[in-house]
Design a protein around this ligand. Sequence first.
Ligand code: MN
Ligand code: MN
Length: 460
Amino acid sequence: MFRKNGWTKERVEDKAVIFDFSENYKKFLDDGKTEREVVEISRKLAEENGFVHIENVETLKAGDKVYFINRNKNIVLSVIGEDDILKGINYIVSHIDSPRIDIKANPLYEELDLAYMKTHYYGGIKKYQWATIPLALHGVVILEDGTKVDLTIGECENDPILMIPDLLPHLWGKSQAERKAPEVFLGEELQILVGSMPMYLEECESKELIKTHILEILKSKYGFGEEDFVSAELQLVPAGKARDLGLDRSMVAGYGQDDRICAYTSLKAILDLKATPKRTVVCFLADKEETGSNGSTGLQSNYLEYFTTELILKVKGSFNAFDLQKTLWNSKALSSDVNVAMDPIFKGVHDPMNAAKLNNGIVITKYTGARGKSGTNDADAEFVAEIRNMLNKNDIVWQIGMLGKVDEGGGGTVAMFLAQKGIKTIDVGPALLSMHAPMEISSKLDVYETYRAYLAFYNL
Ligand code: MN
Ligand code: MN
């Protein structure tokens, strides 16, 4: 069904199934707020569903299910298909990093009787949106001897939260109200209030007794000290759970739906595969998309080639360099990432004839990019037709979408990095409202149709 609101009579009758699907989706959002947490819950789900770590497998045959983990920030699940693997793999690639606020390497200081931590934001955010909301601290601290300390502070009702305070409106006139919106908060002004109570220590020579108190809490409660921040990855994310949105409960409001909406639906689809697929299938949850896919856990690394090589080697028992090139060139990928849903309050930024709407199903995007399609994959028309045919055959609600009017702005996905490897690639994912905000909005119907589309792709 193309470019129509998906709530047909049959789907309204099926509302319980569609709404129910989002219950587990919301739980996934609550449990996985960082890439490391998503890898961990995905690993558990994979093992519960019969997937085995690749290191425990010497050879692979049709029907075998394996997973790979890359530096605790990527997870890849694969089911070996009936066809020769050299005929290509069906990859669904989404990302599990989301915009957030990271703690700096030397963060803690005290001023005017308050203790703060300094931050550097991650990904594209409207910085002012992150002030005065409850934030939770998630992440890891790796001690000098390699011991890992896992942290989650601010998610339980009894936990303290952290917050970026803002200036009161009574006094903002000359200092803040005159600024342009991107500068309402400057990067260096996104600082986290972490304490206000001094520690009384007669023998303490430090004058910074509030900072000292915070360090003492970190040491006694969590087992790390000031220098350990250097080898930590500590991330501030909105505290609290994903919620139903709307009096009709038709939407989900939650943090990190870009792009865990695609991570969850593609993961669920590969876990739910009943029969051995014709082609080998892969669910790849990537990191670093929001900062350009750099680094060894991003899509510009060779990790895709790495695990694909291992799959070929373990299926065929031998390997030559051409096998990998041939497999990649015969492969197909959905770059599964979110698109923008038209916002009636700011509709001027969209071309309504080519933009997506909430509840109109999964979105096909032939090309992304900006300023004359710069930085895009631009899927082959032949491949677009194949995907379109798949969606229509399976009665999936779908639409087309684009990130704003020409010249309005734009953005990219991992599609071009997949295409560079030779894989036929297209952007396919649901649309969101308030993308990159602390709470993003999706439609439960779109979540469900996205799952159905990914299941169809794995069976293609
Ligand atoms: Mn994304
Ligand atoms: Mn994004």
